[in-house]
Design a protein around this ligand. Structure first.
Ligand code: PHE
Length: 509
């Protein structure tokens, strides 16, 4: 029976008799079908049911055989009853057709004194009639699945004629809304139903709070956005201000020259940097808004001099610095260009004591490099950048800060390796041990900005500035176990992956 039929069968059975037992009323129906039908009716309060959990005795194959043909000893007796002369062992086996039954049966029949031996050694009956108790017992069990005498059950179990089986059945009662038909259930209250008054008599389908919601097919955050969100939280929690990074095109001046990157530096090659072809050059740096009162001539001149002849205690690079090269427009190669402009702006601020105030800035945005695209490199990626400007900062302080900062992402046991950046001295690459990859991975680059840069943009000589940067893609790829960066960014991204990926927690790795 389909579950649909079964619901009606249950209602009709209950109409005649209340309560009913499922095992008796529907012996052929499967447990799942009965349960589904009962739940359907119970959710409408048409019935109520209790679950009964009991043990049933069922026949083993040998028990089935005895129920059908009689016990072994009874079959031996029967065979001999028909043979007036008695039967030899071989004849008995042949008549019964089963060596085993003949053997077990004759020894049992002897014990019961149903048979005896003739002088010739043949078997013969020793009584006129017998009562096959075993057969009766297994037949009772076959029909009732139990026996009134528990000792019989124990005995038959020992003889391996029956076994016990746990069964769940149901005791079913009428419910408050019992009826012989299942009313159509409305799933929505409609305007029509209100207008016609049909809502007064309609039956509404109850809410199923266990149902899983339907897929919403809504927008989803990109994994990079999720990791970016986590980084921003860390920065805000540590008192950082976000830098404005909406401008992708920068002059060489802010991207390279202020940062003391010499004009012959390989990073400024066409192979490494994207140059803008139209327009090719920027105007000389100048105020960005009417209230911008900073002296741009001074920073321009400082940068020229520090490169050409040296300044602020530096001997400089001693090469003829080209203003034209400095004004070439580039797609920013790092967000340190934004930090440079922000620190120049900071140099114009004063606190209550007339000093340049300390500051903490960060940004997370896109940068561009003329790279050969492969599994781990793209021509554009995102950089996480931070700077801290304060008095009395030391290299040890930078290392400690890095430990706190990366510790908030669950990265501990950092290692530092001396490195080189034209704009920081000392510079350090930062490594962390990655448990998943079981090796040290580079997670960032950092350093203390050089006076050639800091004093050029007008900061006081006793102010120290930490800076560091890392890509947003690397931790994201590690978090989401992505090995090819093109699965994360660009035209090959699988939208399904974006929709289904879980929220990120930087501290759980
Ligand atoms: N600009 C560096 C990079 O692109 C990161 C960095 C920022 C290093 C600030 C030192 C100071 O890798």
């Amino acid at each position: 029976a389909t579950p649909g039929d079964l619901t009606l069968q249950i209602l009709h059975a209950l109409d005649k008799e209340d309560p009913i037992l499922s095992a008796q009323a529907f012996p052929a129906a499967t447990f799942t079908d009965v349960k589904a039908a009962l739940d359907r009716l119970a959710s409408r309060e048409m019935i109520k049911y209790d679950t009964l959990d009991r043990e049933e005795a069922i026949l083993e194959p040998e028990g089935e055989q005895i129920a059908a043909n009689g016990s072994h000893e009874a079959r031996v007796f029967e065979a001999l009853r028909q043979a007036v002369e008695g039967l030899s062992v071989q004849e008995l086996e042949k008549t019964i057709g089963d060596k085993n039954v003949a053997k077990l049966g004759q020894s049992k029949a002897f014990k019961e004194k149903w048979i005896s031996r003739t002088k010739e050694g043949k078997f013969k009956t020793a009584t006129d009639s017998i009562k096959d108790v075993t057969q009766e017992q297994v037949q009772t069990i076959k029909t009732t699945r139990t026996h009134p005498d528990p000792k019989v059950i124990t005995e038959l179990k020992k003889r391996k004629l029956i076994k016990m089986q746990k069964v769940i059945s149901f005791k079913i009662h009428k419910g408050p809304k019992f009826a012989l038909e299942i009313a159509k259930e409305e799933t929505d209250l409609t305007a029509d139903m209100i207008a016609s008054g049909a809502w007064k008599t309609a039956t509404f389908k109850p809410y199923n709070f266990n149902a899983l919601g339907a897929d919403q097919n809504a927008g989803a955050l990109h994994p990079l956005n999720k990791v970016r969100h986590e980084f921003r939280q860390i920065f805000f929690e540590m008192g950082f201000e976000e830098m404005p990074t909406s401008q992708y095109v920068e002059s060489g001046f802010w991207n390279f020259d202020t940062l003391f990157v010499p004009q012959q530096h390989p990073a400024r090659d066409l192979q490494d940097t994207f140059y803008i072809s139209d327009p090719k050059v920027a105007g000389k740096p100048g105020p960005t808004s009417p209230d911008d009162t900073r002296d741009y001539n001074e920073v321009w001149e400082n940068v020229r001099q520090v490169h050409e002849n040296g300044k602020f205690g530096s001997v400089g690079y001693r090469y003829p610095w080209s203003a034209e090269e400095s004004l070439r427009l580039v797609l920013r190669t790092h967000t340190t260009s934004v930090s440079a402009a922000m620190l120049h702006k900071l140099a114009g601020l004063r606190d209550r004591d007339g000093r340049v105030p300390s500051a903490r800035y960060f940004s997370i945005d896109r940068v561009f490099r003329n790279e050969t695209v492969d599994a781990t490199h793209l021509a554009e990626f995102h950089q996480v950048e931070g700077v801290i400007a304060d008095y009395g900062l030391t290299l040890g302080g930078l290392m400690e800060f890095m430990e706190i900062f990366f510790g908030k992402m669950g990265l501990t046991d950092l290692s530092f390796k001396p490195a080189y950046n034209p704009y920081t001295e000392p510079s350090m690459e930062i490594f962390a041990f990655h448990k998943g990859l079981n090796k040290l991975v580079e997670i960032g680059n950092s350093g203390m900005f050089r006076p050639e840069f800091l004093e050029s943009v007008g900061l006081p000589s006793d102010l120290r500035v930490y800076g560091w940067g890392l890509s947003l893609e690397r931790p994201t790829m590690i978090k989401y176990a992505i090995s090819n960066i093109r699965e994360l960014l660009g035209h090959k991204v699988d939208l399904n992956f974006i929709e289904k990926n879980p929220a990120v927690r930087l501290d759980k790795d």
